[in-house]
Design a protein around this ligand. Structure first.
Ligand code: PXG
Length: 442
């Protein structure tokens, strides 16, 4: 067990915290000192149900001994291996494991260390692909309003959350599709229907920029940070068809939707469209060690491989010191072992109806303007107070934490992505705490 700590004695201003409201945090610091299964343990010894699997990444529950053992053993066997010009066995094993799980056309894996690096890596690969394919004018990227692709240069520009972009100016040549949140779909349980018209907007962007200048479209199959926006049933198949028609690469950012979050192994499986490039991170290592991956089709990979080139020619001048880090590979392989052995896709499917009912039973509670869900993900959209959309979700999040529930507040929503290993009781208690908190905030 962890010793109790006094939060105000832990914090300082040396640590510049990511995406954190400094003033509120400093007044009442939320310090996590431990975790167990589906709960976080706070400095005062409180156990809080982790309703977001950390930050969407610990879907298998916390502190899995199998992952700890694999990491520990790897640290004693090969703590680091130079990834440029040298290989180690686990990176090859993990790549093959991932291509075996992913939709069939995705046959090659480039390793990164985060979702943000996966975003920038995928976009660079897309541009380089067109250059290799003799179409160097195809450089522009299309993202989507309310999208999130991390915080690196290209990912920031392709994202569609204003608060994350406006401080940083124009970082990459990007335009955006409309988001897929339709007023008429409010309170839909699971996936809404239709939605071709939203994908058809790509035709207007093609008319504006010309397909000869567009490298790729990047979307999250289901927008996560934007507030769990579930794609209508016809949307992604239509987007796939339009990308084919115009010879534009389609990138799925599956950093959140990858590994059972939607109730299928990948969002591509859940929503019926296969991308040319798929970005992964988060649950790949169950959050234990930073790691990301970019999967591509053979057609893309082959554009970079030329048997005629001299032996010393580098196929892709891109990579990170920690690409395919042996410790991260060990964590990922142990994660995927558990993923299969404990049938995480099956567990996600089994628990999804419980999550759906827990969230939708809050319909009619104060301040709720929409409830959305798919698989083991969901969101409550909260009405603004005095024109401020962010204040109530913040106050709700703090109240829930005080009551023993860790909830992610983001924009005008509360977001949920509980571990697949949670119980009906965990979700029942979560519903009770949410109802209480909604009744308390003004
Ligand atoms: N793409 C997607 C779809 C993501 O959700 C990233 C890329 C970036 O990953 P890294 O590992 O660089 O952070 C993400 C990250 C939230 C939340 O509250 C979501 C993320 C990160 C922080 C908070 O929804 N997603």
């Amino acid at each position: 067990m962890t010793n109790k700590l006094i939060p105000s004695e832990v914090v300082n201003e040396a640590y510049w915290m990511p995406f954190t409201a400094r003033n509120g945090f400093m007044k009442d610091p939320r310090i996590v000192v431990g975790a167990q299964d589906c709960h976080l343990i706070s400095a005062d010894g409180k156990r809080a149900f982790d309703s977001l699997s950390g930050l969407w990444c610990c879907g298998l529950g916390h502190n899995r001994p199998e992952i700890a053992d694999a990491v520990s053993q790897q640290l004693r066997t090969l703590d680091f291996s130079p990834p440029f010009q040298y290989g180690h066995p686990l990176a090859f094993q993990l790549a093959e494991r991932l291509t075996g799980m992913a939709p069939e056309p995705l046959q090659h894996v480039f390793f990164t260390n985060s979702g943000s690096e996966s975003a920038d890596t995928s976009l660079k690969i897309a541009r380089a692909y067109w250059r290799m394919a003799g179409q160097p004018s195809k450089t522009k990227f299309i993202g989507r309003i309310k999208g999130y692709h991390g915080v690196n240069f290209a990912g920031t520009s392709l994202g569609g959350l204003g608060a994350n972009r406006k401080l940083f100016g124009h970082l990459a040549d990007a335009d955006h599709l409309p988001h897929t949140l339709r007023a008429e779909d409010a309170f839909t349980k699971g996936q809404p229907q239709g939605g071709e018209e939203l994908a058809d907007y790509l035709e207007q962007l093609v008319a504006l920029h010309d397909a000869s200048n567009i490298a790729a479209v990047i979307v999250e199959p289901m927008a996560g940070s934007g507030g769990v926006i579930v794609p209508p049933s016809a949307y992604l198949p239509r987007l796939r068809a339009l990308c084919n028609k115009h010879n534009i690469l389609l990138i799925f950012d599956e950093v959140i939707t990858g590994f059972a979050r939607t109730g299928e192994a990948f969002g591509a499986d859940a929503f019926g469209a296969i991308p040319d490039i798929m970005n992964l991170a988060k649950t790949l290592t169950n959050g234990a060690v930073p790691m990301g991956a970019v999967l591509t089709t053979d057609e893309i990979y082959q554009a970079f491989v030329d048997e005629q080139q001299p032996d010393h020619a580098i196929s892709l001048p891109h990579g990170y010191t920690y690409s395919g880090h042996p410790v991260a590979c060990a964590a990922a392989l142990a994660t995927l072992d558990i993923f299969d052995a404990e049938d995480m896709v099956g567990r996600a499917r089994k628990m999804s109806p419980v999550l759906q009912e827990t969230l939708h039973s809050l319909r009619g509670a104060p301040h709720i303007s929409d409830i959305r869900n798919v698989g083991m993900a969901g969101a409550l959209q909260i009405e603004p107070r005095d024109g401020d959309a962010l204040v109530r979700p913040y106050e709700l999040g703090i109240r829930c934490w005080e009551k023993g529930l860790y909830v992610r507040w983001g924009g005008d929503t509360l977001q949920f992505a509980p571990p697949f290993t949670c119980t009906e009781d965990d979700l029942g208690r979560m519903g009770e705490v949410l109802a209480e908190a909604l009744g308390e905030v003004v």
